[in-house]
Write a protein that binds this ligand. Sequence first.
Ligand code: GTP
Ligand code: MG
Length: 253
Amino acid sequence: MPIPVTVVIPAYNEAATIHDLAKRVLQHTPQLIVVDDGSSDGTAEQLADLPLTLIRHQENRGKAASLHDGMQAAVKQGAKCVITLDGDGQHVPEDIPKLYAIWEDNPKHLIIGARLQNREQAPNARRRANNFADFWISWAAGCRIHDSQSGLRLYPADAIQSVFVSHSRERGFVFESEYLIEAAKKGFGFSTVPVESRYPRQARASHFRPVADITRIVLMVAGKLIASGMYPMGLYRVLFRENNEPDRFPHEK
Ligand SMILES: Nc1nc2c(ncn2[C@@H]2O[C@H](COP(=O)(O)OP(=O)(O)OP(=O)(O)O)[C@@H](O)[C@H]2O)c(=O)[nH]1
Ligand SMILES: [Mg+2]
């Protein structure tokens, strides 16, 4: 049974992985949008034989713009929810049904595929940087968010239509963090689906720069906290886990 969800994959130079990934997504849903973000390695050509929607950026515009364009196109096509996953194979299409199942019970939630299983696979610097970002983002959002940096997410169409976040090129890796905070302000909650951490040895060199990218994220969050008078209630909720939202993270039950 196909799952009634549209999948969006942002892809920048992912020729090595994109075909296999797209093929596996299509086993779960016929609604697939790939955004080729000005790749120079033939990413788009790899997809020629597959029934999907291809959006092509003539020039590289960054992950934020790729996600934004893909998600808006999905909603225009009538999607009720959108699942995003990275094009480099870090996320597996087999997790799509798990995210959808949780959303069916929580339609006002964003669902995050959190890399909590086999966390020792992740490089130490990445793990520390991610924990640090989680704390700040949770504070600004006013509730505990696990793996705020995960690109494997389900966004309800309502959120895509009501949450506005800058998607300019330099916001590349800030967009997804900022989205969580802005979605919380609009009343959306968060559910977590634990998924495996994948850092394959043969993967291409990482684009993520732990110090520089996390610094950008923290500066973005700090700006929002200062603007909201440091949001002491948000900090209290995160530290003492008082949370109005249903908590789907099984390890905490
Ligand atoms: N780096 C980068 N990724 C982009 C861009 N546009 C789209 N993407 C896609 O965004 C997704 C995430 O990018 P990654 O570079 O893998 O970032 P990450 O997963 O946080 O970091 P890694 O640990 O290096 O994998 C991938 O599917 C990319 O193809 C871009 O301009 N730069
Ligand atoms: Mg990646």
